[in-house]
Design a binder for this molecule. Sequence first.
Ligand SMILES: *[C@@H]1O[C@H](CO)[C@@H](O)[C@H](O)[C@H]1NC(C)=O
Length: 283
Amino acid sequence: MTLDTAYIRGSMAAILSILQHSSCPQNVVFHFVASASADASLLRATISASFPYLRFWIYRFRDSAVSGLISTSIRSALDCPLNYARSYLADLLPSCVRKVVYLDSDLILVDDIAKLASTPLGDSTVLAAPEYCNANFTAYFTLTFWSNPSLSSTFAGRTPCYFNTGVMVMDLDRWRRGDYTKKIEEWMELQKRMRIYELGSLPPFLLVLAGRIAAVDHQWNQHGLGGDNFRGLCRDLHPGPVSLLHWSGKGKPWARLDANRPCPLDALWAPYDLLQTPFSLDS
Ligand SMILES: *[C@@H]1O[C@H](CO)[C@@H](O)[C@H](O)[C@H]1NC(C)=O
């Protein structure tokens, strides 16, 4: 998980929800990635204050590692360098860490994370995530991309489906051996020269891995609960079982609760809120 002062309230809620639903919480080890400019000792103290026995590490991510590769997207929140840290986990984490579950900070689990972590990856798959084959995949890339056969042929021979990069089981060993970080960076380099997509860190993942991932049941990413706060739109759960609720989208439950304008499902997040008073660097 990434850690920053803007999302720490979400991260803390996510950690609590993971531990509460784990049958063996003492076996769960957290790897956090924080910006190199963040106050790591404050982040460390905040986590330790609520979870004194938690086993965790904090790694520093230099914004400069990607800042030269980020081209502005249509949603500026997606341009934050830390948003790209998920592409660099294989480099940031020590090589003895061979497999991780990457999670965004705006979600809670209501099921045992061990079940998600044990998703079978087969003989060679690098990543597992819930896939959404009904989503319009074409829409994630520009006409410039689709009209250039030397680019669009990257999807030849596979059936690419959208997947959300907020919940992923990643085989870091295979990622390192296949140098997937480099593959993702190559598309980001290209994006700087010609606009092949509009969003931030997601499209390079789709370019490299869509159609090549292992499936995870949709219950492990009930996404979109952030809805669109600007228009006051609240989203409902997708049909079927729920193991993980994900407030992806513009609206975050802590902000809506603070503003006294919560969506109905925000009531499910509230019990995990350990930092009710807004987190402050001066505290
Ligand atoms: C999918 O998206 C593309 C590009 O935005 C659009 O041209 C096309 O009509 C869409 N297809 C469907 C079935 O909605």
